[in-house]
Design a protein around this ligand. Sequence first.
Ligand code: ADP
Ligand code: ZN
Length: 289
Amino acid sequence: MYIGGIEAGGTKMICAVADESLAIVEQTAIPTTTPADTLAAIFDFFAPYPLAAVGVGSFGPIGIDPQQSTYGHILATPKAGWQQFDVVGTLKAQWPDTELIWTTDVNAAAYGELRLGAAQGKDSCVYMTVGTGIGAGVVRDGALFQGIGHPEIGHTFVKRHPDDTYAGTCPYHHDCLEGLAAGPSLEGRTGIKGQDLPDTHAIWDLQAYYIGQALVNITLTLAPEKLILGGGVMNQPHLLAKIQAAFVEQMAGYMDTPPVEDYISAWALPNQSGITGCLLLAQERMSEK
Ligand code: ADP
Ligand code: ZN
């Protein structure tokens, strides 16, 4: 038997098959189009492999409470065709004998980083992606943190920088963390895509101010053992040090944390944290059986 992982993103679905020891047998990326076409391509990819368990880490928001009728569904996404789509129900219909584990993409990534990445040996961590959006996954006592819903830290509010007048990009809140600091805000503020901005540009200090502040808020709320940053915007090598400095400045000595260079780090599994977490969740479920 094999295990499967699906990191379901708004742009692409990363699918992987592994053996029981987690060695990857085959991996692919399927473009996210309509639910019907995308799921058909996913089922084609996995068809040769009998699957004992599949871990799914999905873009959100998603229904996560097994007591609710929305469990397993994608909820209020702007992604056309996917609103209220029943992902788990569709997978279950195709794979009735396969164990399914369902969580967010960032929860899966946090789990991958905890077990095999930057937070190895710890019991808790928060993983934050700064990409097209901002999202964060939380692991506590070695397990995914989720209740009636899942954390939506990307949409929490941050204190505006006094010099910042940008309206923000979030369709719901305008100037929440995601609205002020996700990748599209870089282009919205400067007219230049993040990847094309020089590292001397003043925007990086503003970017660090917001991400650093968000990490202060997370630390004050959850006190995790480790904070991990990933996502497209973190491909700027100079940004991590600026964020660490902004964190120290805004924490203002209030709470003791480990040395900031240890406490806040870049993902150790670049672009693989999510799919690794999905496979780990599947492997664990399989070994419980
Ligand atoms: P997604 O969030 O859709 O999974 P990514 O994590 O790759 O995708 O994030 C894409 C965002 O990151 C875009 O807004 C893009 O402009 C920005 N981005 C990609 N590369 C860089 C870079 N080197 N520096 C700054 N921003 C970047
Ligand atoms: Zn928002």
